[in-house]
Design a protein around this ligand. Structure first.
Ligand code: AMP
Length: 306
């Protein structure tokens, strides 16, 4: 039994009101794999990097027991490069550059040792590549989670719609839910998106938490009110990794476990934004994760007095 995470691995240039960094490790897969590794010890990555990618970073993944048999290193090429700039409210950002580089011709090879996959996270990547990964698994995993972004809605909408049909859970943010459905109301948007294929839909609302939709049920998870958000990059990927990592640990898929998974994912994401890139989520202690989850519980639990 294992959890495969396929996604971009990047070198990012990021500017926030707190500072500017260049060529730091980012991309969907590192955030998601690190987050999942706190819950589950059979996390396997499928990704590609160029010769410019720091080997020391790969050693950190190995130290987190992340299996790298599916990591391709194209020595002669450049890693995927993304650059973004956040504004003062940190909820909106401008993508300044997306340099696909190695991602342009990425062929997601699934090693034989990965065929025991029961949980699959299709983290942010070309929808076509995400689809290929599903088709290359000999047995359909018990749970397929898809994370994507507006970029793919703009440049590959038809492929994305075909991919969405194949998955159990879709995670997107509020603006993306509105773009995908053409509905402003998130409740109406969720109804339309659930008809597109997935059984569960998670709409992330940044500092306003996340909504989980399933049939007629809705669950609302808060976000931790943080005094300082340093760099929101990767919060969504960290959420997705924590979410599926928790589900892989408990093993059973139902609405109750999904609700807990949303809270665990949100807790991990709240750490991610405290520092640049993957810095904060590289060295978390289980006690601090448990404490953070308890803060989430305290934040929204109340008794109604009659
Ligand atoms: P998030 O903040 O969760 O949306 O994730 C940000 C990460 O996604 C950054 O580290 C980027 O390198 C990566 N990223 C940005 N654009 C794309 C894209 N079009 N495809 C895959 N990954 C991307």
């Amino acid at each position: 039994m294992s959890l495969i995470i396929i996604g971009s691995v990047a070198l990012d240039d990021i500017e926030t009101p707190f500072g500017k960094v260049e060529k730091i490790v980012g991309g969907a897969a590192p955030f998601a794999c690190l987050a999942a590794s706190y819950f589950y010890d059979k996390v396997k990555i499928v990704a590609i990097v160029g010769g410019d990618f720091p080997k020391s970073e790969i050693d950190i993944w190995k130290a987190h027991q992340i299996d790298i048999a599916g990591l391709q290193i194209a020595e002669e090429e450049k890693s995927f490069h993304w650059s973004g700039k956040y504004h003062i409210d940190m909820n909106s950002r401008d993508t300044l550059k997306t340099g696909l580089n190695v991602l342009e011709s990425f062929d997601p090879i699934i090693p034989d040792s990965y065929q025991d996959c029961e949980f699959l996270l299709l983290a942010n990547l070309t929808p076509q590549t995400q689809q290929t990964a599903i088709k290359r698994l000999q047995k359909r995993p018990k749970l397929i989670v898809l994370d994507t972004m507006n970029f793919w809605m703009d440049v590959a909408l038809n492929d994305l719609i075909e991919t969405i049909k194949l998955v159990d859970v879709l995670t997107i943010n509020d603006a993306e839910a509105r773009q995908l459905s053409g509905e402003y109301s998130l409740v109406k948007a969720a109804k339309k998106i659930l008809k597109m294929g997935p059984n569960y839909l998670i709409i992330k609302k940044g500092e306003h938490g996340a909504l989980l939709f399933h049939e007629e049920q809705v669950f609302s998870a808060p976000a931790l009110p943080l005094a300082e958000v340093f760099d929101p990059t990767g919060a969504g990927d960290t959420f997705a990794g924590g979410f599926i990592g928790y589900l892989a640990k408990v093993g059973t898929i139902n609405f109750h476990n999904m609700k807990n998974a949303v809270v665990y994912g949100s807790a991990l994401a709240s750490f991610c934004v405290e520092k640049f890139g993957t810095e904060r989520i590289k060295n978390l202690k289980s006690a601090e994760i448990a404490e953070r989850v308890q803060e989430f519980v305290n934040l929204s639990s109340f008794n109604i007095e009659n």
